[in-house]
Design a protein around this ligand. Sequence first.
Ligand code: CMX
Length: 134
Amino acid sequence: MSVNKIEHIGIAVKDLSVSIPLFEKLLGVKCYLVEEVAEQKVKTAFFKVGETKIELLEATADDSPVAKFIAKRGEGLHHIALDVDNIEENLSTLHKEGFQLIDEKPRKGAENFSIAFVHPKSVNGTLVELCSSK
Ligand code: CMX
């Protein structure tokens, strides 16, 4: 694996209209983007924090992965996104090294990034997203 940086940290929330002002106060910056990712059944809100970002995730359907997560564990840290240059190459490396992939091929995420998830069961309970803007 070759990771450029932590691109963002994802936090699952029940209600963006409550959490956006909360995180604006916490971070001292304005949310710069609210975007729905229909395929993932989430609405996202982004904040820039130095070299990285915080992404808030609100479910848009009862069967959204974020709705399932909140029902089971409550609001909180949901995933860490790693910025890489070549997702397919890194997915192949991770697969060979025994990690369980959720996405064998990249899909479209927020901000027009290509994204792919690695299952939390194979990363000590941490959901990891690989993402690339290329
Ligand atoms: N972190 C840690 N563990 C998690 C988890 C998370 N975020 N989400 C689920 N799990 C755990 C569950 O608690 C469950 O554990 P147990 O077996 O001990 O009960 C296990 O993983 C399986 O849970 P599941 O809901 O049945 O999971 P699936 O295998 O069906 O789904 C998953 C896989 C976790 C990747 C999916 O639910 C998910 O979260 N996908 C990502 C959606 C997302 O964040 N999209 C954002 C896109 C926006 C962008 O960044 O561009």
